[in-house]
Design a protein. Structure first.
Length: 316
């Protein structure tokens, strides 16, 4: 939509005519300082004398373009409001040493658990437009890789850049979940959700993950858990490594009122992403903005070109 930033500036259009008719001639100076030839033509045109009636087109056109530029022509381009879901969503991702195991397949190629999570997790976050998302990574210790933000693309890139070993190689589920809950303290979101993904057994930290899940329930935070890996403790051979504590993750989801997902292969992982996409949310109008595209340079530039043309032509 086209409009003017300063429409009052259009009142300056008749100024040369008014000066020419209402003010007496001033010797040795003038009220409006413009190049000599343009000033002479404007004065003649304003008084309606001599040949100025036919030759005043350029001066009046230049003046009109200058006034138009001063009025600030612009194009109003409203930006559609981003729908806000009213949800705070924290992804808590296990980066323990077992995530290097290559027991997933993508397009016929063996990939590690971490590579599978990178792909599906990043795509999932990119679809969370309107959510306020955060990322917590944990191994032996937990840390916030991305604080809560509406910039889902930035958080998705953090998942794609995640590396094993930066937080230790053990599995401290309690600290990872606890840190996410701490970041949700004071949140006024209508819905607060944690998505916890682990491929191992809680073997670090002093807190029972079920106790942390009880805290989540008291805070009104739902924790959806994903048990990642072909085998779990119940079905694995004694002493087998790289198995997931599915029972604990199921208990965390049950206590907090969330959902539990079992992932054994790439298809399961992608199905979980689709299921999580169907989480209900409270929508609000969101924040809108208006972007103005300024056009004053065009009339100003045209006035400059016409002025230089008149000066180059010189007096006739």
């Amino acid at each position: 939509m086209f409009d003017l930033a300063a429409p009052w500036a259009l009142a300056l259009l008749p100024l040369p005519w008014l000066l020419g008719h209402l003010l007496p001639p001033v010797s040795g100076g003038g009220w409006l300082m413009v190049p000599g030839r343009i000033g002479t033509d404007l004065a003649r045109a304003a008084r309606g004398t001599g040949r100025a009636r036919g030759g005043a087109v350029f001066p009046w056109l230049i003046w009109g373009l200058v006034v138009l530029a001063l009025s600030g022509p612009r194009d109003l381009d409203p930006v559609r409001a981003l729908k806000l879901s009213g949800r705070d969503l924290a992804v808590v991702l296990d980066l323990s040493g077992s995530m290097v195991r290559t027991d997933f397949h993508l397009d016929g190629t063996e990939i590690s658990r971490l590579e599978a999570v990178r792909k599906v997790g990043a795509e999932f976050l990119r679809r969370r437009g309107g959510d306020r998302v955060a990322l917590v990574l944990f191994g032996s210790e937990a840390y916030v890789a991305a604080p809560f933000t509406h910039d889902t693309e930035a958080v998705a890139r953090r998942i794609e850049q995640a590396e094993i070993g930066i937080s230790g190689r053990a599995t401290n589920i309690s600290d990872g979940l606890g840190l996410a809950l701490k970041r949700m303290e004071g949140s006024e979101a209508a819905s607060r959700v944690v998505i916890l993904l682990s491929d191992g057994e809680n073997n670090a930290g002093q807190t029972d993950p079920r106790g942390v899940a009880s805290l989540a329930a008291r805070m009104g935070v739902r924790v959806h858990t994903i048990a990642l890996g072909p085998k779990d403790i119940e079905s694995a051979e004694p002493g087998e490594r790289g198995v997931v504590d599915a029972a604990t993750l199921r208990a965390i989801a049950d206590v907090s009122g969330g959902s539990y997902f079992r992932v054994r292969d790439m298809a399961d992982l992608e199905a979980v992403g689709a299921a999580l996409d169907r989480l209900e949310a409270t929508e609000s109008a969101g924040l809108s903005a208006e972007i103005h595209r300024d056009w004053w340079r065009w009339p100003a530039g045209a006035a400059l070109v016409l002025t230089l043309t008149m000066l180059w032509r010189g007096p006739r």
